[in-house]
Design a protein around this ligand. Structure first.
Ligand code: B12
Ligand code: SF4
Length: 567
């Protein structure tokens, strides 16, 4: 199969994006929505890459942490959102194999086949369009998601409609429904098949956070940011829930349906909308909700809140950009991000930093110091990504105009975890990967496993808030300590031993934290490490061996039908 690069010649120009025409069958149309096919963690002709598995943390955050890497899968929320908001009979196929996809096409007469993908997936999207034409020739093919931003995509794939931007409204209008009707939020369990230290965590109802999607896009408009660009760019975004009241209602519904108290809030810059967040807090107080929120926010948005407000709002995990202070992004303006990170962690808020490697001002001479600066934040998790001009962004436009895009890079490799796809003024392609890999390793070596770091943050939060006057806050920390202290102490027991061979200093710090847990825990949790610790050490070592033999993990295939009546 030919590779798909930015200089690919035009193939059949079969489709054009454009105004939303309506499907003749309206809501009687049978719809199949599918994510791209796996397996993912392997190198293949369709664009799977072993370096690019379908695992958020292991792919871009904890990948250097060996058996301590946090591994889990996330469903394809975009198509779940669309499915929940259309009245047509709809099947959703998540993480199919090619055979699953073919079987589904053959066993049902679908009028509409909707495929979701991002830019790295273009080869798979093309293959799925080809398969649909062959196996279900009367189906209308609709392609959506970030893959739609590739310039000339309509000539690379054989689709009838290519949808750029928000898809719920588009699909509703396509099926003859009201595109601006209120959004029904699907019940989404945020992660599944979680593994760490060689064991798969049990999946009990309510044990995993629910994903809430209040909006898509981000008005900050950083030049490299694809999520911002895809939904309108600077100054624009699409709100699904405008107010704190609406958000509170949705979260209460999810709480009842999924028995959860914690939420992964999938909004690129949740804290930017202060009025909404503060109204949510008011409602949480009125309703005595002791919820925990994992949010994304830029440093300037976080600074709009006091620590107390963040803690009362239940913010327990924060994903924050830590781009170099020399890069001049407005989201960092006036922020001492090291001080901010330290403060957040002292208040029990786990911080996930995100740092870009290969910014314009980086050179082989200064980049190691910049990485040291990033790592010195001592965040709980740290994501590193290469500076990457992605189609649709202002950065891509600029690089293209300057003639700096490398035209022979396969789109499957444009994901920020491999090598540059552009000509950098001072750093070579091969060196970009070396620096990126070094950043991950350095963070791990210096700061230890993320599991240790989050245990430390939880301990700090517990000590500070265990006697706090607001009972909601107290309950949140007490609940986490109750559930986790025994498990964390056991994991720390195993980590302390296993990490000796990486860095004795960090191993010593883990030991000290383990003693703190011992002091603060109840009798059962104090006893548990003696039993569970050696088991975890054994599973950790077994996992190390598996990984050394090349073991990878794949998400399960899921098929869900709604409004379904057999044909
Ligand atoms: C969850 C997530 C993942 C999950 C994927 C789960 C899955 N099942 O695919 C994980 C963690 C595994 C993942 C991995 C990767 N991801 Co990711 N991921 C996200 C994240 C955080 C949320 C996606 C989401 O659900 N958004 C909310 C929904 C509602 O929005 P949406 O998906 O865009 O869908 C809307 C529209 O696009 C449209 N739409 C979508 N599909 C369809 C289909 C049809 C038919 C229609 C009509 C419309 C439509 O309608 C939806 C509602 O408006 C986004 C960031 C973000 N904020 O979106 C990055 C993001 C999508 N990921 C990105 C990247 C680069 C990756 C990786 C390559 C990165 C890496 N190195 O790890 C890998 C690739 C994995 C692979 N092998 O394919 C980029 C995509 C860049 C691009 N332009 O292609 C994003 C935008 C992050 C970023 N800012 O860089 N990711
Ligand atoms: S603040 Fe974050 S989400 Fe918003 S545009 Fe910048 S990088 Fe994107």
């Amino acid at each position: 199969m030919e590779t798909l690069t930015s200089n690919i010649p035009a193939s059949s120009p079969s489709s054009q994006p454009g105004v939303v025409e309506q499907h003749p069958k309206g809501i009687q149309a049978r719809v199949l929505l599918s994510s791209v096919f796996g397996p993912y963690a392997q190198d293949d002709e369709f664009g799977s890459r072993s370096i690019n598995p379908m695992e958020l943390y292991h792919n871009q955050v904890t990948r250097a942490q060996g058996s301590f890497s946090l591994r889990m899968f996330h469903r394809s929320w975009g198509i779940m959102m669309i499915q929940a908001n259309i009245s047509a009979p709809c099947a959703l196929l998540d993480f199919p194999t090619r055979e699953d996809f073919a079987r589904e096409l053959k066993s049902n007469q679908y009028d509409v086949v909707g495929i979701t993908g991002i830019i790295v997936n273009v080869g798979k999207v093309r293959e799925m369009c080809r398969m649909t034409r062959e196996l279900s020739p009367h189906s209308t093919i609709v392609v959506g998601g970030h893959v739609a931003a590739i310039p000339g995509i309509e000539k690379m794939i054989d689709a009838d409609h290519i949808v750029r931007g928000e898809g719920v409204s588009w699909m509703r209008r396509y099926l003859g429904e009201d595109g601006s009707a209120p959004i029904r939020h699907p019940a989404i369990v945020s992660g599944m098949r979680t593994r760490i230290m060689g064991i798969r965590l049990p999946e009990r109802k309510g044990a995993t956070a629910a994903t809430i999607i209040p909006s898509v896009g981000c008005p900050m408009g950083c030049n490299f940011c694809t999520t911002s660009a895809f939904f309108g760019g600077k100054g624009k975004f699409v709100n699904f829930y405008e107010s704190g009241d609406e958000l509170f209602e949705v979260m209460s519904k999810m709480e009842a349906e999924l028995a959860v108290h914690s939420f992964f809030v999938m909004d690129e810059n949740f804290l930017l909308h202060r009025e909404r967040a503060m109204r949510l807090l008011e409602r949480m107080k009125e309703g005595h909700k002791s919820w925990a929120l994992s949010v994304f926010a830029s440093a300037n948005a976080i600074r709009k809140y006091t620590m107390q407000e963040l803690v009362e709002l239940g913010v327990s995990w924060l994903w924050m950009g830590l781009e170099s202070p020399r890069a001049g992004y407005s989201k960092l303006q006036g922020a001492d991000t090291r001080e901010l990170t330290r403060e957040l962690r002292e208040h029990g808020i786990r911080v996930q930093g995100s740092t870009i490697i290969g910014l314009e001002h980086h050179t082989p001479d200064n980049i190691l110091a910049e990485i040291e600066h990033a790592v010195s934040h001592d965040t709980d998790f740290h994501q590193f990504m290469l500076y990457t001009p992605v189609p649709g962004t202002p950065l891509y436009q600029q690089m293209s105009e300057e003639g700096r895009l490398l035209s022979d890079v396969d789109y499957a490799d444009v994901h920020g975890q491999f090598k540059f796809n552009f000509k950098h003024a001072a750093i070579s392609r091969d060196d970009s990967k070396r620096f990126l890999d070094w950043a991950f390793w350095r963070d791990f070596e210096l700061n230890g496993p993320s599991l240790y770091r989050i245990s430390r943050t939880l301990m700090a939060g517990w000590k500070r808030y265990k006697d706090w006057p607001d009972v909601r806050v107290r309950e949140r920390f007490a609940g986490e300590m109750r559930r986790l202290s025994g498990v964390y102490s056991s994991a720390l027991w195993a980590m302390e031993r296993q990490f000796r061979k990486v860095d004795r200093n960090v191993s010593g710090q883990i030991h000290a934290l383990r003693r703190e847990f011992k002091q603060e825990s109840g009798l059962f949790s104090r006893m548990l490490p003696a039993v569970l610790g050696p088991v975890l050490l054994w599973t950790t070592r077994r996992e190390e061996k598996r990984l050394a033999r090349g073991k990878t993990y794949e998400p399960p295939t899921i098929l869900e039908r709604s409004n379904w009546v057999e044909a």
